[in-house]
Design a protein around this ligand. Structure first.
Ligand code: PEP
Ligand code: MN
Length: 343
């Protein structure tokens, strides 16, 4: 249930209503817009049948939510969310670029990559320290050592960091080192992990599951918001279809569809979806044209020796050339991409 308050509802009326909702054993979640406040009511709503909330002063209307999710919906928050990562804003006019290697392989390659992507215009460094690999015999990541390299590199370059968490028990550890917590496609429905991330003060980058529908994706995000963390960035990274010429099928329709259904920002990963460096550029441009708020792209100084995902990693010079082209596409749709090198 969503309660829309009148534009002139007073603070006193709002807190009176909030107290009443709590007394009924329900959880009120407030969305304070510039015009009016909206309250999402979480919990078994049956009690509201005998306690109509329409009668409370300041209430304009009470709407049942027909969709299975509430807090991520546009009904709950009509204005788009901008996730602020210490000054890097995802969801605004500027398209945010996250770039870096698939895995953190060591301090030198990380710093080398970070310097180049920063110089080109990326604002966030990506790199996995805990890797979700299909085979248990593949490189699993450097763990905490990798997290340390990420933090040191962020410190040296001024980039922010996004890195993946796989185990809810690692959340405190990750929080010490990262600016954004990534939940990968394979963990999109790891509900313990989602709840733990929902209790964190760090923004979360939630990737769409390999075979998740948009509804399931938004419900996964709802888990995070329902714990109080509203700083969620959604990431379309390709879904499994029958096509086998590419690694996954990038569902670019998801961008405008999710933006209609939800207020959360949406970024696109053209690296994991295509699985091939040759197709990363075209899909990155298409993503920007489709309205993506950012891109997360794998870049490696020497993809031939990469410990994971070499075939889809861009060489730094290819990445730099792509950013220039992306800026043209971005401007055509009324947005910009940061191009430090070209200034
Ligand atoms: C990643 O970004 O490192 C990753 C493993 O991606 P995904 O979860 O989308 O497969
Ligand atoms: Mn990868």
């Amino acid at each position: 249930m969503i309660i829309v308050l009148k534009p002139n509802a007073t603070k006193r009326q709002i807190s009176h209503l909030v107290e009443k909702i709590k007394a009924l054993g329900l959880k009120p979640m407030l969305s304070e817009g510039t015009e009016r406040t909206i309250i999402g009511v979480i919990g078994p709503e049956d009690v509201l049948r005998v306690q109509p909330l329409e009668v409370f002063p300041g209430v304009e209307k009470v709407m049942p939510v027909l969709k299975p999710y509430k807090l991520v919906s546009r009904e709950f928050k009509p204005q788009s969310t901008i996730v602020d990562i210490d000054g890097v804003k995802v969801g605004g006019r500027q398209i945010v670029i996250m770039a870096g290697p698939c895995s953190v392989e060591g301090p030198e390659m990380l710093l080398q990559t970070a310097k180049i992507v920063k110089q080109t215009g990326a604002q966030i460094l990506r790199g996995g320290a805990f890797k979700p690999r299909t085979s248990p015999y593949s490189f699993q990541g450097l763990g905490e050592e990798g997290l340390k390299y990420l933090r040191d590199t962020a410190h040296a370059t001024g980039l922010k960091v996004v890195t993946e968490i796989m185990d809810p028990r690692d959340i405190k550890l990750l929080e010490q080192y990262t600016d954004v917590i990534q939940i990968g496609a394979r963990n999109m429905q790891n509900f313990s992990l989602l709840k733990e991330a929902g209790l964190s003060s760090k923004p979360v980058l939630l990737k769409r599951g390999l075979s998740a529908t948009i509804n399931e994706f938004l419900l996964a995000a709802e888990y995070i918001l329902s714990q109080g963390n509203f700083n969620v960035i959604l990431c379309e990274r390709g879904i499994r279809a029958f096509e086998d010429q590419t690694r996954f099928t990038l569902d670019l329709q998801a961008v405008p569809v999710i933006k209609k259904l939800s207020h959360l920002p949406v970024v696109v990963d053209p690296s994991h979806s295509t699985g091939n460096y040759e197709f990363v550029g075209p899909m990155a441009k298409a993503a920007v044209a489709a309205g993506a708020d950012g891109l997360i792209i794998e870049v490696h100084p020497n993809p031939e020796v990469a410990l994971s995902d070499g075939p889809q990693s861009l060489l730094p010079e290819k990445f730099a050339a792509l950013i220039k082209e992306l800026d043209k596409v971005a401007r055509a749709v009324g947005r910009t991409v940061c191009r430090r090198a070209a200034r």
